[in-house]
Design a protein around this ligand. Sequence first.
Ligand code: 5GP
Length: 218
Amino acid sequence: MSAMPSMTSITPIRRRGLMLVLSSPSGAGKTTISRRLLEDDGAIAMSVSVTTRPPRPGEVDGKDYHFITVDEFNRLAGNHDLLEHARVFDNYYGTPRGPVEEALASGKDVLFDIDWQGTQQLAHNARADLVSIFILPPTVEELERRLRARAQDSEEVVAKRMSKAADEMSHWAEYDYIIVNHDVDSSVAAVRSILGAERLKRERQVGLADFVNRLRGQ
Ligand code: 5GP
């Protein structure tokens, strides 16, 4: 009769970090959902993008974005230091490669607030690691109300974003999951359940074959 392996002899299962993308038109509530997720899950790191747009009141350089010049942006893009990048409205945005690779290597998941163009690039370069969620506002009136409530953008910018929202939402079918943001609590719970299930995917659990072999005494 073969001895049962002791617990300490069993190879631990490690987890391969995943890239969780949240996209939506501006004002659909994505920023609030992201903040809530980060607050109560220490295993998620937020990807801080670079942008050439000026900071809005209250935005902190290095936390909300790294605010950079067009020259700096072109240098980063030219050096392949950006995992993806895109022009959104009249500005450039991109994801610095280094911090994402470090977080994934240390087993953390990385949360991205990027648009459909960036999501397409990540899908092309790293499909197996990507989990993408599109957040929709419940109604167009609610979208406009939320954009106005922020009161950070000029009337002209609000009007422009409203007209862009329809274009952005046309990309919903390129995403793995769709959440209609009726209320923040339910949307946060929905994202958590997606994350919980995706973390358990067989291919994200490294060392599973060894673990099972040992359980079987082989
Ligand atoms: P905002 O200027 O309102 O912060 O962002 C405008 C849009 O740019 C949002 O849809 C946001 O998701 C997107 N965005 C922010 N950072 C990035 C990025 O690094 N890459 C891409 N592709 N889009 C981004």
